[in-house]
Design a protein. Structure first.
Length: 178
């Protein structure tokens, strides 16, 4: 199978995982009309497995689709950008760590920390400017940080499983070498 076909298949797979991971288990945050969910683990892993560009698209589309399906229409555009950016950053962090002989788990930890910052700041800014105002958006920051922490922990737990799958491991190696 050629690389272009694999890119499409894995991107669709990770978009679906981001969407399902966001919709399966949700803890609502009434102040911001947001949710805490395990989908961020798949967002991080989208960047790690697919690389920055395909990770951006998969995570952005899958996460925004989850917003649309859950009826959170106003959050979908921000989610596309925020989650896509998180996957983009995660992909660059992973590539940098692999090229400099750093641990894969250090890369995931750094991506998880980036997750916490990007999600908290992104939703605060969007929620404050567009949806609920800055005072209400600020009340969502602790939950966004918790969501980011959940993404960090779950990505650490899921990564070894993905890395044991030869096709995915080889795909990741080729993404790092490009």
């Amino acid at each position: 199978m050629n690389r272009k076909t694999k890119n499409m298949i894995y991107s669709a797979l990770f978009a679906a995982l981001c969407c399902i991971g966001t919709l399966v288990f949700q803890i609502p945050v009434p102040a911001t009309q947001g949710i805490v969910h395990p989908g961020d683990a798949f967002v991080i892993l989208s960047g790690v497995v697919l690389g920055p560009i395909y990770g951006f698209m998969a995570a952005g589309i899958g996460s925004a689709l989850a917003n649309l399906l859950a009826g959170h229409l106003i959050w979908a555009p921000a989610t596309f950008v925020i989650k896509g950016s998180l996957a983009l950053v995660s992909g660059f962090i992973y590539i940098w760590c692999m090229k400099h002989g750093k641990s894969r788990y250090l890369a995931l930890t750094l991506a998880g920390i980036a997750n916490m910052v990007i999600v908290a700041v992104g939703y605060f800014l969007y929620g404050g400017a567009v949806v609920v105002g800055f005072p209400a958006a600020a009340t969502g920051i602790p939950m966004d940080l918790l969501q980011g922490f959940v993404g960090l922990i779950l990505s650490q737990a899921l990564y070894p499983i993905l890395h044991k799958i030869p096709e995915i491991r080889d795909y990741m190696k080729s993404a790092v070498s490009q």
